[in-house]
Design a protein around this ligand. Structure first.
Ligand SMILES: [Fe+2]
Length: 253
Protein backbone atom coordinates (compact mmCIF):
# COMPACT_ATOMS: atom_id res chain seq x y z
CA UNK A 1 0.00 0.00 0.00
CA UNK A 2 1.19 3.54 -0.74
CA UNK A 3 2.26 5.64 2.18
CA UNK A 4 -0.31 8.21 3.28
CA UNK A 5 -0.03 11.90 2.45
CA UNK A 6 -1.31 14.07 5.31
CA UNK A 7 -2.50 17.39 3.86
CA UNK A 8 -3.06 19.30 7.10
CA UNK A 9 -1.07 19.53 10.35
CA UNK A 10 0.18 21.88 13.02
CA UNK A 11 3.43 20.02 13.56
CA UNK A 12 5.72 23.06 13.38
CA UNK A 13 6.49 24.22 16.88
CA UNK A 14 5.92 27.69 18.26
CA UNK A 15 4.01 29.20 15.32
CA UNK A 16 0.38 28.59 16.38
CA UNK A 17 -1.65 26.47 18.82
CA UNK A 18 0.02 23.27 17.58
CA UNK A 19 3.31 21.72 18.68
CA UNK A 20 4.93 23.54 21.59
CA UNK A 21 8.54 22.41 21.16
CA UNK A 22 10.95 20.97 18.62
CA UNK A 23 10.89 17.73 20.64
CA UNK A 24 7.12 17.48 20.31
CA UNK A 25 7.41 18.18 16.56
CA UNK A 26 9.93 15.37 16.18
CA UNK A 27 7.72 12.99 18.20
CA UNK A 28 4.75 13.91 16.00
CA UNK A 29 6.81 13.21 12.87
CA UNK A 30 8.01 9.88 14.28
CA UNK A 31 4.41 8.87 15.04
CA UNK A 32 3.37 9.85 11.51
CA UNK A 33 6.12 7.70 10.02
CA UNK A 34 5.38 4.74 12.33
CA UNK A 35 1.68 4.83 11.44
CA UNK A 36 2.20 4.78 7.68
CA UNK A 37 2.40 8.41 6.63
CA UNK A 38 5.13 9.16 4.09
CA UNK A 39 4.47 12.84 3.41
CA UNK A 40 3.29 15.50 5.82
CA UNK A 41 2.14 19.02 5.01
CA UNK A 42 3.08 21.63 7.61
CA UNK A 43 0.15 24.05 7.59
CA UNK A 44 0.34 26.62 10.42
CA UNK A 45 -2.68 28.86 10.97
CA UNK A 46 -2.34 32.12 9.04
CA UNK A 47 -4.73 34.46 10.85
CA UNK A 48 -3.38 37.97 10.28
CA UNK A 49 -2.27 39.24 6.88
CA UNK A 50 -0.03 41.90 8.39
CA UNK A 51 2.02 39.03 9.86
CA UNK A 52 1.95 36.84 6.76
CA UNK A 53 5.39 37.64 5.35
CA UNK A 54 7.03 37.22 8.75
CA UNK A 55 5.23 33.90 9.31
CA UNK A 56 6.24 32.73 5.83
CA UNK A 57 9.93 33.25 6.68
CA UNK A 58 9.64 31.64 10.12
CA UNK A 59 7.80 28.64 8.69
CA UNK A 60 10.46 28.08 6.05
CA UNK A 61 13.37 28.42 8.50
CA UNK A 62 11.79 26.02 10.98
CA UNK A 63 10.87 23.55 8.23
CA UNK A 64 14.47 23.38 7.04
CA UNK A 65 15.69 22.87 10.60
CA UNK A 66 13.09 20.17 11.24
CA UNK A 67 14.17 18.36 8.06
CA UNK A 68 17.74 18.28 9.37
CA UNK A 69 16.66 16.94 12.75
CA UNK A 70 14.51 14.24 11.12
CA UNK A 71 17.45 13.16 8.96
CA UNK A 72 19.71 13.01 12.03
CA UNK A 73 17.13 10.79 13.76
CA UNK A 74 16.53 8.51 10.73
CA UNK A 75 12.88 9.56 10.51
CA UNK A 76 11.78 9.13 6.91
CA UNK A 77 9.04 11.67 6.41
CA UNK A 78 8.83 14.02 3.46
CA UNK A 79 7.81 17.49 4.67
CA UNK A 80 5.80 19.85 2.46
CA UNK A 81 4.76 23.39 3.31
CA UNK A 82 1.49 25.29 3.27
CA UNK A 83 -0.76 27.32 5.50
CA UNK A 84 -4.27 26.99 6.85
CA UNK A 85 -5.67 30.42 6.09
CA UNK A 86 -8.37 31.85 8.32
CA UNK A 87 -10.68 33.72 5.96
CA UNK A 88 -12.57 36.86 6.82
CA UNK A 89 -13.19 40.05 4.86
CA UNK A 90 -9.53 41.06 5.31
CA UNK A 91 -8.78 38.58 2.56
CA UNK A 92 -10.01 41.19 0.06
CA UNK A 93 -7.02 43.38 1.03
CA UNK A 94 -4.61 40.74 -0.25
CA UNK A 95 -3.81 40.24 -3.90
CA UNK A 96 -0.75 38.00 -3.74
CA UNK A 97 -1.43 34.47 -2.53
CA UNK A 98 1.34 32.41 -4.13
CA UNK A 99 3.52 32.12 -0.99
CA UNK A 100 0.55 30.88 1.00
CA UNK A 101 -0.71 27.99 -1.14
CA UNK A 102 0.02 24.29 -0.59
CA UNK A 103 3.65 23.80 -1.70
CA UNK A 104 3.38 26.52 -4.31
CA UNK A 105 0.47 24.86 -6.14
CA UNK A 106 -2.87 26.37 -7.17
CA UNK A 107 -4.49 24.74 -4.12
CA UNK A 108 -5.09 26.83 -1.00
CA UNK A 109 -6.27 25.45 2.35
CA UNK A 110 -8.81 27.68 4.09
CA UNK A 111 -10.80 27.75 7.32
CA UNK A 112 -13.35 30.11 8.92
CA UNK A 113 -14.86 31.04 12.25
CA UNK A 114 -16.76 27.92 13.34
CA UNK A 115 -19.87 29.77 14.51
CA UNK A 116 -20.29 33.15 12.79
CA UNK A 117 -19.53 32.21 9.18
CA UNK A 118 -22.35 32.05 6.62
CA UNK A 119 -22.58 30.35 3.24
CA UNK A 120 -22.63 33.79 1.59
CA UNK A 121 -19.35 34.70 3.32
CA UNK A 122 -17.65 31.55 2.07
CA UNK A 123 -18.95 31.98 -1.46
CA UNK A 124 -17.60 35.53 -1.65
CA UNK A 125 -14.18 34.62 -0.19
CA UNK A 126 -13.84 31.58 -2.44
CA UNK A 127 -14.95 33.51 -5.51
CA UNK A 128 -12.23 36.07 -4.75
CA UNK A 129 -9.59 33.34 -4.39
CA UNK A 130 -10.78 31.67 -7.59
CA UNK A 131 -10.37 34.98 -9.45
CA UNK A 132 -6.61 34.48 -8.94
CA UNK A 133 -6.77 30.97 -10.43
CA UNK A 134 -6.66 29.32 -7.02
CA UNK A 135 -8.61 26.22 -5.97
CA UNK A 136 -9.95 26.55 -2.41
CA UNK A 137 -9.89 23.49 -0.17
CA UNK A 138 -12.15 23.93 2.86
CA UNK A 139 -10.55 22.45 5.97
CA UNK A 140 -12.86 20.34 8.15
CA UNK A 141 -16.23 21.33 6.61
CA UNK A 142 -17.86 18.94 9.08
CA UNK A 143 -17.07 21.35 11.94
CA UNK A 144 -18.81 24.59 10.83
CA UNK A 145 -22.20 25.45 12.24
CA UNK A 146 -23.62 26.79 8.96
CA UNK A 147 -22.77 23.50 7.25
CA UNK A 148 -24.20 21.33 10.02
CA UNK A 149 -27.43 23.37 10.02
CA UNK A 150 -27.97 23.06 6.28
CA UNK A 151 -26.33 20.23 4.34
CA UNK A 152 -27.32 21.89 1.06
CA UNK A 153 -24.30 24.14 1.61
CA UNK A 154 -22.11 21.18 0.66
CA UNK A 155 -23.84 20.92 -2.72
CA UNK A 156 -23.69 24.67 -3.36
CA UNK A 157 -19.97 24.89 -2.57
CA UNK A 158 -19.16 21.73 -4.48
CA UNK A 159 -20.98 23.04 -7.55
CA UNK A 160 -18.64 26.07 -7.43
CA UNK A 161 -15.59 23.81 -7.73
CA UNK A 162 -14.63 24.11 -4.08
CA UNK A 163 -12.96 21.05 -2.54
CA UNK A 164 -13.27 19.51 0.92
CA UNK A 165 -10.77 18.13 3.45
CA UNK A 166 -12.21 16.32 6.45
CA UNK A 167 -10.26 15.60 9.60
CA UNK A 168 -9.16 11.98 9.96
CA UNK A 169 -10.62 11.82 13.46
CA UNK A 170 -14.07 13.19 12.58
CA UNK A 171 -15.76 10.03 11.23
CA UNK A 172 -14.34 8.14 14.23
CA UNK A 173 -16.11 10.54 16.63
CA UNK A 174 -13.16 12.71 17.74
CA UNK A 175 -15.29 15.89 17.54
CA UNK A 176 -18.62 14.44 18.68
CA UNK A 177 -21.54 12.54 17.22
CA UNK A 178 -23.00 15.34 15.06
CA UNK A 179 -19.68 15.99 13.36
CA UNK A 180 -19.09 12.24 12.91
CA UNK A 181 -22.51 11.79 11.32
CA UNK A 182 -21.91 14.70 8.93
CA UNK A 183 -18.44 13.45 7.98
CA UNK A 184 -19.79 9.96 7.30
CA UNK A 185 -22.47 11.45 5.04
CA UNK A 186 -19.77 13.35 3.18
CA UNK A 187 -17.87 10.09 2.68
CA UNK A 188 -21.02 8.30 1.53
CA UNK A 189 -21.80 10.99 -1.03
CA UNK A 190 -18.24 11.19 -2.36
CA UNK A 191 -17.61 14.68 -1.01
CA UNK A 192 -14.33 13.94 0.75
CA UNK A 193 -11.53 15.05 -1.56
CA UNK A 194 -8.82 14.98 1.12
CA UNK A 195 -8.21 13.70 4.63
CA UNK A 196 -5.78 15.39 6.98
CA UNK A 197 -4.81 14.70 10.56
CA UNK A 198 -5.08 18.39 11.57
CA UNK A 199 -2.69 17.20 14.29
CA UNK A 200 -2.01 19.71 17.03
CA UNK A 201 -0.03 17.63 19.55
CA UNK A 202 1.35 14.20 20.39
CA UNK A 203 -1.62 13.34 22.60
CA UNK A 204 -5.24 13.14 21.40
CA UNK A 205 -5.01 15.25 18.24
CA UNK A 206 -1.95 13.52 16.85
CA UNK A 207 -0.52 12.46 13.49
CA UNK A 208 -1.75 8.83 13.51
CA UNK A 209 -4.29 8.86 10.68
CA UNK A 210 -4.25 5.06 10.29
CA UNK A 211 -5.56 4.65 13.85
CA UNK A 212 -8.54 6.86 12.96
CA UNK A 213 -9.22 4.88 9.76
CA UNK A 214 -9.29 1.66 11.79
CA UNK A 215 -12.07 3.16 13.92
CA UNK A 216 -14.39 4.13 11.07
CA UNK A 217 -17.70 2.30 10.96
CA UNK A 218 -18.13 -0.17 8.11
CA UNK A 219 -20.23 2.18 6.01
CA UNK A 220 -17.26 4.55 5.70
CA UNK A 221 -15.51 2.10 3.43
CA UNK A 222 -16.49 3.06 -0.11
CA UNK A 223 -12.96 3.23 -1.49
CA UNK A 224 -12.49 6.92 -0.82
CA UNK A 225 -9.47 6.49 1.45
CA UNK A 226 -7.02 5.88 -1.38
CA UNK A 227 -8.25 8.98 -3.21
CA UNK A 228 -8.38 11.28 -0.17
CA UNK A 229 -5.22 10.23 1.64
CA UNK A 230 -2.94 9.54 -1.30
CA UNK A 231 -4.09 10.16 -4.87
CA UNK A 232 -5.51 13.67 -4.51
CA UNK A 233 -2.78 14.98 -2.17
CA UNK A 234 -0.26 13.67 -4.71
CA UNK A 235 -2.06 15.72 -7.39
CA UNK A 236 -1.70 18.78 -5.17
CA UNK A 237 2.05 18.19 -4.90
CA UNK A 238 2.21 17.80 -8.68
CA UNK A 239 -0.10 20.82 -9.15
CA UNK A 240 -2.45 18.77 -11.31
CA UNK A 241 -6.23 18.51 -11.26
CA UNK A 242 -7.57 16.26 -8.51
CA UNK A 243 -10.08 13.47 -9.01
CA UNK A 244 -13.51 14.65 -7.88
CA UNK A 245 -16.00 11.83 -7.47
CA UNK A 246 -19.38 12.97 -6.17
CA UNK A 247 -21.78 10.03 -5.87
CA UNK A 248 -25.00 11.96 -5.14
CA UNK A 249 -26.25 15.32 -3.92
CA UNK A 250 -25.52 15.75 -0.23
CA UNK A 251 -29.07 16.95 0.34
CA UNK A 252 -30.40 13.66 -1.11
CA UNK A 253 -28.52 11.52 1.44
FE1 LIG B 1 -5.89 23.00 11.33
Amino acid sequence: MNKLIDLHSHVLWGVDDGSRSINESVDMCALAEDSGTGTLFLTPHLMYWDRAEELFDIRNEKTEYLKEVLADNDIELDLKTGFEILCDDDIFLTKYFNPYTLCGSKYILIEFDFFKTTLEDVLSWCSYLQSFGLVPIIAHPERYRFMLLDGKCVDVLSDKGILFQINAGSPAGMFGDTTAEFALKMIKGGFVDFIGSDAHDIRARNTDMAFCFDNYPYEADNGFLYRASYLNPLKVIQNEDVTVQRLSYFSDL
